[in-house]
Design a protein around this ligand. Structure first.
Ligand code: DX5
Ligand code: ZN
Length: 218
């Protein structure tokens, strides 16, 4: 879907956590379309990051949508808190909930856009009956939990298949995205690119890194 505009969502996971607000303002000034916030609970994934109070305090530093990726158990117990904290988009891992349909409806009822996330081992068929109710599908292109991992090439086929399922809804990819992998994921149908280490810990200034990802779709 190269005719769709490519959006870039820097992942805070690789930024300087002692300067979160400044980092957000810097990437927004550099052209970020949304800010990707990785919430990890030490149970669904073997890592822990931050929760609603930190997001609420960052909200005023951020004048683009906050894209909140919940890698937590029992997400239904927490979506209200993340909506209250100022999330614009809340994505939940399909593997973490028994009732994804109800949960996605609840996220919409809270006034947020709702998205569903698939781990690398999860087939796209698992979202067949959710595809028409979500605002976004997020395909993990690494196993969730850490930044700086290598892109899993088999996910390109999943991206193509999900693009066929969701029409022109947003299709986000997350993990191992850089200027080498971006052309292939965009060609396969992704239009929202999450990037953590490439933007915050790479060789380019923020604006150049974001531009290079966007240009990968041209
Ligand atoms: C991983 C997170 C990602 C992570 C991506 O579990 O969901 O958002 O920050 O990091 P990179 O871009 O370094 O692969
Ligand atoms: Zn993420």
């Amino acid at each position: 879907m190269s005719e769709q505009k490519v959006k870039v969502a820097p992942s805070l996971l690789s930024c300087d956590f002692s300067r979160l607000g400044e980092e957000i303002r810097a990437v927004v000034d550099a052209g970020a379309d949304m800010i990707h916030c990785d919430v990890m609970d030490g149970h669904f994934v073997p890592n822990i990051t931050f929760g609603p109070p930190v997001l609420a305090s960052l909200r005023r530093h951020c004048d683009v949508p906050m894209d909140v990726h919940l890698m937590i158990e029992r997400p239904e117990d927490y979506v209200q808190s993340f909506a209250d904290a100022g999330a614009d988009i809340i994505t939940v891992q399909i593997e973490a909930t028994r009732h994804p349909h109800r949960l996605l409806q609840k996220i919409n009822d809270l006034g947020c856009k709702a998205g569903v996330v698939l781990n690398p081992g999860t087939p796209e068929e698992s979202i067949e009956f959710l595809a028409n109710m979500v605002d976004m599908v997020l395909i993990m292109t690494v196993n969730p939990g850490f930044g700086g991992q290598s892109f899993i090439p088999e996910m390109l086929r999943k991206i193509r298949n999900v693009r066929d399922m969701i029409g022109d809804r947003d299709l986000e990819v997350d993990g191992g995205i850089d200027d080498k992998t971006a052309p292939a994921v965009i060609e396969a149908g992704a239009n929202v690119l999450v990037a953590g280490s490439y933007i915050f810990a790479g060789q380019y200034a923020y604006r150049e890194a974001i531009d290079r990802l966007k240009d990968a779709g041209k």
